[in-house]
Ligand binder design. Structure first.
Ligand SMILES: [Mn+2]
Length: 308
């Protein structure tokens, strides 16, 4: 518990009200209030608190597995990472150590951001081979540098490509990019992407099947859910909203097929309570974290059943 004690600040409010110890849990929730590089509207540092608050006031059943309830999932809410405000490398360094310790204890991290940059630290902390990455996002985040900053949230997946080198990245809901980004995405066989128009045309189930086919040879899957992948009409509280996004149930139908027993970790990022409308985005984010936990637990339970 060395880094967990050193870098995590316990919070009186626990996600979903659970108060289980780290040792007895299979999943570890950590808030990561990193808010250094938001290019349009800052405020993601307030998301872990507000998403936890929302989680206390919603029903705990699943959408895609309606008979499952959060109370039965063995997870622990460890609190928030103490961030080194204004110095992104310091926060990422702490996050790497914390995620490494969680994974080293045999638990799966579920992170509540914070800006998207946290995904880099999370993946480096996990340090797994044969990784496939699924990203719900309006953006590619593949710029080499943005406003002179290589650790901007607009560059996070470029750094992931260079430093983590996943086997494959699948984007879901991408619809806003620079010419540099779309050219890079098109030129690489390890990147596949589906715009919201593709998803409407193909249907969410076919999109998920296509992605899982391409993830077949991966031993580990990480899911990063940028809330701006959803349409701003249902998730307005985010720094860089883009119209024409995913609908909630469509996104959940895809998510339910991407999470299996290979899931190594999960994050939800870019929720910004300062520009939200009556906390609706925090509620949506809490529901997504809850659904991801239910799906992971259901998949891991099935696996344990097979191994008996
Ligand atoms: Mn985004």
């Amino acid at each position: 518990m060395e880094y967990l004690d050193l870098y995590l600040e316990k919070r009186p409010l626990k996600f979903g009200g659970a108060d289980r110890s780290f040792e007895s849990a299979d999943y570890a929730i950590v808030g990561v209030p990193l808010d250094d590089t938001g290019s349009y509207r800052p405020g993601t540092r307030f998301a872990p608190l507000r998403v936890r608050e929302a989680s206390m006031n919603i029903e705990s059943n699943g959408y895609t597995i309606p008979e499952a309830f959060l109370e039965s999932v063995p997870y622990s809410d460890l609190g928030d990472l103490g961030v080194t405000i204004g110095y992104t490398p310091g926060t990422l360094d702490r996050l790497r150590r914390v995620v490494g310790e969680i994974a080293g204890g045999g638990k799966k991290p579920f992170l509540i951001g914070g800006e998207h940059t946290i995904t880099l630290g999370a993946l480096q902390g996990l340090n797994v081979n044969n990784l496939c990455l699924a990203v719900f996002d309006a953006h590619f985040d593949l710029r080499s540098v943005y406003l002179e900053n290589r650790l901007s949230h607009a560059c996070v997946m470029r750094r992931v490509l260079e430093e983590v080198r996943p086997k494959r990245i699948a984007y879901i809901g991408v619809r806003a990019y620079s010419q540099e980004e779309i050219l890079l995405a098109k030129s690489r066989s390890d990147i596949l992407y589906f715009t919201p128009v593709d998803i409407v045309r193909m249907g969410p189930v076919n999109v998920a099947s296509y992605i899982m086919k391409s993830f077949e040879d991966c031993e580990n899957i990480y899911v990063s859910f940028d809330i701006d992948g959803l349409d701003p009409s249902i998730a307005p509280g985010t720094g860089t909203p883009e119209p024409g996004g995913l609908d909630f149930l469509g996104a959940m139908r895809i998510l339910s097929r991407l999470i299996d027993d290979r899931l190594a970790g999960f994050d939800i990022v870019e929720v910004n309570p300062l520009v939200d409308n009556h906390d609706v985005t925090s509620v949506v984010a809490a529901k997504i974290v809850q659904e991801a936990l239910l799906l992971a637990y259901s998949a891991d339970t099935r696996k344990r059943g097979r191994m008996k």
